[in-house]
Design a binder for this molecule. Structure first.
Ligand SMILES: C[S@@+](CC[C@H](N)C(=O)[O-])C[C@H]1O[C@@H](n2cnc3c(N)ncnc32)[C@H](O)[C@@H]1O
Length: 261
């Protein structure tokens, strides 16, 4: 059964609470991006670089309005403000994440150029054409109706505005039997993986023009989960163990850029 947005919200509320009990919450809830597989860049830096790969494709500048759909605790939104001077609105289905993101923005001196709201990306509480760009970093994987989300992204974008998103996905060729580690990851993390082959049509049905669809697996997934596995070691209470996804070549990540015509 597909998890409801409310269930996903509770999952992220609980994860944040556990992190804060443990001392501190990671401002970025996504994988890293390395230029080459043997790049010496540490994971913490690669995680910020992953955000940068989205932000530079938004084509925004000082004063532009950006929506971060599925903003986590606000690390990417704050990075986007630092890099571009845009005003960033973040929404998340997790109320706890929104409280934390608001607090982080204030501490970073960005209370005036950010806003964080508890909302569902499938029913955005914004008028038509209210943003110059939309980003969605590893968030659509949790949303039960991608077509609706993409329609909403197009609706709130001004004509000419860009949507930049990343999704985890199963790469071709897919084995006839799904790898058990992928099944377990999807179950435990309340994720559904899209079929990249369907994505151009999905974007077109939502009224968006595809500009770029890039398999970035070799820059991201395998190294990310290998390093994460070393980092977490034998920690208990994890949703899934990252080591289980190491060496699963069909587990990938793509980046898509689309434009409101
Ligand atoms: C893997 S986290 C990524 C967070 C953030 N983009 C980042 O990179 O740090 C997924 C995010 O999507 C949000 N999310 C999932 N379903 C959502 C929905 N239906 N509406 C709004 N946000 C949602 C979660 O609350 C969470 O913040």
């Amino acid at each position: 059964m597909t998890p409801t947005p409310e269930a996903v919200g509770r999952l992220y509320d609980d994860l944040l609470e556990a992190e804060l009990e443990g001392g501190a919450a990671d401002p970025n809830l996504h994988i890293g991006y390395w230029d080459t597989p043997d790049s010496p860049v540490p994971r913490a830096e690669a995680v910020v670089r992953f955000t940068d790969e989205h932000v530079r494709r938004l084509h925004v500048t000082t004063g532009d309005r950006v929506l971060d759909m599925g903003c986590g605790v606000g690390g990417p939104a704050l990075r986007a403000v630092d890099l571009t001077g845009a005003h960033v609105t973040g929404i998340s289905i997790s109320a706890a994440q929104i409280t934390h993101a608001t607090h982080l923005a204030k501490s970073a001196g960005h209370a005036d150029n950010t806003k964080f709201l508890h909302a569902d990306a499938m029913a955005l509480p914004f008028p038509d054409s209210s943003f110059d760009a939309v980003m969605a970093i590893e968030s659509l994987i949790h949303m039960p109706d991608r077509e609706r989300v993409l329609n909403e992204a197009r609706r709130v974008l001004r004509p000419g505005g860009r949507l930049v998103l990343t999704e985890l996905f199963e790469r071709a060729p897919r084995p006839t039997r799904r790898h058990p580690a992928i099944t377990e990851f999807c179950r435990a993390s309340m994720v559904s993986l899209p079929n990249a082959d369907d994505y151009p049509a999905l974007l077109h049905r939502a009224g968006l023009r595809l500009r770029e669809l890039l398999d970035i697996t070799d820059h991201t997934v395998q190294r990310n989960f290998r390093e994460l596995a070393d980092l977490v070691g034998d920690a208990k209470g994890l949703l899934f163990h990252p080591r289980d996804l190491v060496g699963v070549p069909e587990f990938g990540c793509f980046l898509a850029v689309a434009e409101h015509p």
